[in-house]
Ligand binder design. Sequence first.
Ligand code: FES
Ligand code: MG
Length: 623
Amino acid sequence: KVHADYDLSTPIDPNGVGLQQRLPSYGDAHFSLFMRKLFIKALGYSEDALSRPIVGIVNTYSGFNPCHANIPQLIDAVKRGVQLNGGLAIDFPTISLHESFAAPTSMYLRNLMSMDTEEMIQAQPVDSVVLIGGCDKTTPAQLMGGISANKPMIHLVTGPMMPGSFQGVRVGACTDCRSNWARFRAGTLDVEDIATLNDELAPTGGTCGVMGTASTMACLLSALGVMPIQGATAPAVSSARLRIAESTGALAVQLAKQGLKPQTLLTRESFLNAITVLQAIGGSTNAIIHLMAIVNRHPSLAGTITPATVDTIGRHTPLLVDLKPSGENYMTDFHNSGGMPALLHHLKPLLHPNAMTVTGRTLGDELATIPFRPVSLPLPPNNSPANLNSNSNVNCIRPLTHPLYPSSSLIIFQQGNLSGPPGGSAILKASASKDTRLLSHRGRAVVFNSSADLAARIDDPSLDVDKDSVLVLRGIGPVGNPGMPEAGLIPIPKKLAVKGVVDMLRISDGRMSGTAGGTIVLHVSPEGADPESVLGVVRDGDWIVCDVERRWLGVEVGEEEVRARVEERKREMERRRGEPWMERERVRGYRGLYMREVNQAEEGVDFRFLTAAGPGRSSARVE
Ligand code: FES
Ligand code: MG
């Protein structure tokens, strides 16, 4: 049978399975297969091994990525699962992105990682692929690349880290990194304290232990059906995590045999389920950008799901999961409360049960196989100090009847000249607001033109600012500051922080870490660097109005005056050059590619030529 590979009278199908797919082009397909086999045999594989379905395992281990520290063990366990089920497991590397070791920002490299993932899945003879990722940008990059490559695929996340302990209180990256740094800035913690805390915030490998972007994306992968629903929450250092890896390997063999591809598996309902979960977990604002990038890779769904869809679903979806930064607990608590299966049971009336999953069963069938046994741990009282300091188990999943926040945890502004038509939007995690009066607020703008400008002036004692001012930061959007840094968490000016001000209305065209909180409007698009942007012409002292109820965000400047300011600024940009938007044709390398091709936040900050609609699409919104 094996010698059939050398039978010159039988044509080789380039779309076949195993080693014969996507052969290198030596001109002679049989010779190419002959070459491929002789090289892979150098690794010691037998004809028997090579006759099995090949499951590729994407290895994103890196010495610079502590969130992926357990990947070697996970690969072992996946291989066991593959090989116990008759497949051949072969791992291969792609790039790996950690939030702190991917300057200027991990977002800058997300699209590069998606290209690496897509092209390596395409290039190599794998019948299915296990995508192992975890840290914020890795899972979306892998899903974007995986959809575009469209071979059977399944996600495996590395899992959350354990919480640490500081002065008798549990702490974890990275909500507590930020809140304690703010205490240090305000003088409540001294330099010894902050040094001690530094040892405790990430006490094990794994992804950040709160509902930041990594945890959010893990939950969304389950809700989308591209990862088993039990796969999202088991800690990185647990044996449960290894068992999930083993069963992922088994499923990957099944997928290789069935040929279920992501473009077939993912439907509109899959995305609606994911958005419902996003709202119910009080997920990261970054996840909205990633979801838009992911859906816009899908040939038949691109443009049909927009940030407005997130808002619409939010209006009837309550926040049920009590985790930082919206709530008080850690991912390990979510896991111990039943994790995603328990949450999905609670959310059942809001979900589309017919959406398909990687197990080959629908979400509804999948839930039916996992009986719902509500965990009988006590529900924590809202924001009680007892709960804040608790190291004991709590049930952090609320029932629909007792939500943590009634609806619209994440809202999308769609009205007003800073976010309204034509082609604009902005987003706010309303549930993470620390001063809810700011959700309906009118205040005077204090404008910063860049992160450097902000850093230079925010703590200046002479800065004309009070607690009702609106801090506006621009120039940190996708083109203005390539990579769209997580610089949207504008700090409270020191002179106000020491007086006890903990929250102010803050607005920017950048992103913010999913682990951060406050009344912070993000992703204003079009970004300030765009010559047509209204954000780009806001001036100190302008009145800014934010009305969450009406989804209205604007500056009280008449249309004519806005137009005049825009025209004046465009002339000035032309004169000065040097502006990122004007200069982007002249920038070399990946940075130049990024600046020329990146689309806006509401489209996913993807490269136009990678979207399903391709390079012909305008830079304006998809719809
Ligand atoms: Fe990797 Fe937070 S830094 S998940
Ligand atoms: Mg993050």
